[in-house]
Design a protein around this ligand. Sequence first.
Ligand SMILES: Nc1nc2c([nH]c(=O)n2[C@H]2C[C@H](O)[C@@H](COP(=O)(O)OP(=O)(O)OP(=O)(O)O)O2)c(=O)[nH]1
Length: 140
Amino acid sequence: MSRDGRRLVVAAAILDSLRSPTMMLCARRSAPAALAGKWELPGGKVEPEEDAESALHRELVEELGVEVRLGPVVPASDGGDWPILDHLVMRVWLAELATGSPEPLEDHDELAWVPRERLPELDWLEPDRPIVAALQAATA
Ligand SMILES: Nc1nc2c([nH]c(=O)n2[C@H]2C[C@H](O)[C@@H](COP(=O)(O)OP(=O)(O)OP(=O)(O)O)O2)c(=O)[nH]1
């Protein structure tokens, strides 16, 4: 749960390098129908009794088959989690690959390494647009 009791979604902005980022791994949703075709950050809902970072590592293994090193969280302008679809909130970490090569194993039909300056060109899930802007700023 987030601090205000809303269900928490966790996601990773996986960079080619945490130290000197130039590209970010973006994922195109394949389901449900209402969200299919839109780009997002890989991740998913935190299960009850699960801590946020463990949930993120679990989701990245399930969805992409990778393990990552986490960098800092990129907060919303109020310092907290980002409001997203379905009255959920999302916490976003910068990250870099530790092991594995990302494959669209589950929930996505395409993955793309996108140069950070081109990130706004993708057809993002609407709530992700301000997050993408913050990620560009955080990786400048
Ligand atoms: N993973 C992810 N979800 C996002 C992003 N932006 C955004 O609005 N969402 C929304 C879409 C969904 O309503 C929700 C995440 O749900 P999900 O379907 O990915 O979660 P999950 O893998 O745990 O699946 P389930 O338990 O619902 O079956 O958050 C994003 O960048 N990444």
